[in-house]
Design a protein around this ligand. Structure first.
Ligand SMILES: NC(=O)c1ccc[n+]([C@@H]2O[C@H](COP(=O)([O-])OP(=O)(O)OC[C@H]3O[C@@H](n4cnc5c(N)ncnc54)[C@H](O)[C@@H]3O)[C@@H](O)[C@H]2O)c1
Length: 287
């Protein structure tokens, strides 16, 4: 019977949402991805198809596998698509009020879901859980970009999250071919972004103080710390809208000076000189 097929529901078909649904489908799990407008879904579908065609042309994927993925992966603008979901992952804008509203709607539309997860980079899981009537079923499942490649998933416990829900989240991450780590306490930034964001701030301060150029800071970190990419390349890749939201949240919540968003980031973002939608990043900004 169709209702017995396990299915992942993903809210948001942006950079992360579509890619998380794709990762599930690549690992044999049916998935439905929901966003606000058909045009967003079309773009997501085209992005994923292009990705798979490139993998096929490099001999890393068979044509039949691409077809099988499209059998398992669906898109919708209708929240009711979540009525069949076994698990739900939210991957919309990094704004706590918007996410709380989404969690309250997901709670109402999907009583059958075994867990409601957020892919937030930093925000309080406990606050999102409090917007539902089943906080014990809410957790963080923080995938990294691109989730088809990046192995890590932070499984984040909110204050009320049950051990069964954490085990379910852990098992889901493993079924998607990822490596879960448990974040036992709900603290801003969890593990990775708590460390990474402080590094971003330091790189931005070096730029502000005129100590070195964007390119030289990236080269120094790459070669000196043996990182695969430098902080400015990574900031552009993550999206400076996301970085600014995360830093503002970490600074507000912790008061720690090492999370204070440097003015150079704020000003470049406000002026529109940085932004994923425009394709502009630090490397198109001439310091
Ligand atoms: N970009 C990254 O590298 C990265 C990595 C890990 C986690 N995250 C987190 O993942 C989440 C999404 O980030 P992204 O980079 O994919 O953002 P994005 O802007 O690419 O996508 C967000 C999508 O959510 C949709 N959306 C917004 N409000 C909605 C609503 N109420 N209902 C349905 N859809 C809605 C938007 O239309 C958009 O398509 C954020 O919480 C972010 O912090 C991002």
């Amino acid at each position: 019977m169709a209702e017995n097929i396990e299915k992942l529901g993903v809210l948001g078909a942006g950079v992360m949402g579509a890619a998380i649904a794709h990762t599930a489908a690549l690992h044999g799990i049916s998935a439905v991805c929901v966003d606000l407008e058909p045009s967003i879904l079309e773009k997501a579908r085209a992005r994923l198809d292009q990705l798979m065609k490139e993998r096929i042309s490099r001999g890393k994927m068979a044509e039949e596998e691409r077809e099988a993925v499209w059998q398992r992966l669906h898109f919708s603008v209708d929240f009711d698509a979540f009525q069949e979901a076994t698990w739900i992952v939210e991957a919309i804008v990094e704004d706590l009020e918007v996410k709380k509203d989404a969690f309250s709607r997901l709670d109402a539309v999907a009583p059958q879901a075994r867990l409601l997860a957020s892919n937030s980079s930093s925000l309080s899981i406990t606050a999102m859980a409090a917007a539902t009537r089943r906080p014990e079923r809410v957790l963080g499942l923080h995938f990294f970009n691109p989730p088809q490649v990046m192995k890590l998933v932070e499984v984040v416990s909110g204050l009320e999250t049950s051990s069964e829900t954490l085990a379910e989240g852990n098992a889901l991450a493993q079924r998607m071919g990822r490596v879960p780590v448990l974040v036992k306490k709900d603290r801003p930034g969890y593990i990775v972004n708590r460390i990474l964001m402080a590094q971003f701030v330091e790189a931005l301060r070096l730029l502000e103080e005129g100590v070195a150029s964007i390119e030289d800071i990236d080269t120094a970190v790459k070669l000196g710390l043996n990182y695969p990419m430098g902080p400015f390349t990574l900031m552009d890749f993550t999206g400076n809208d996301v970085n600014l939201h995360v830093l503002e949240y970490l600074f507000t919540e912790t008061g720690e000076a090492h999370y204070k968003p440097p003015l150079v980031l704020k000003n470049l973002y406000i002026s529109g000189r940085l932004g994923r939608k425009t394709g502009k990043g630090f490397y198109t900004y001439e310091s």
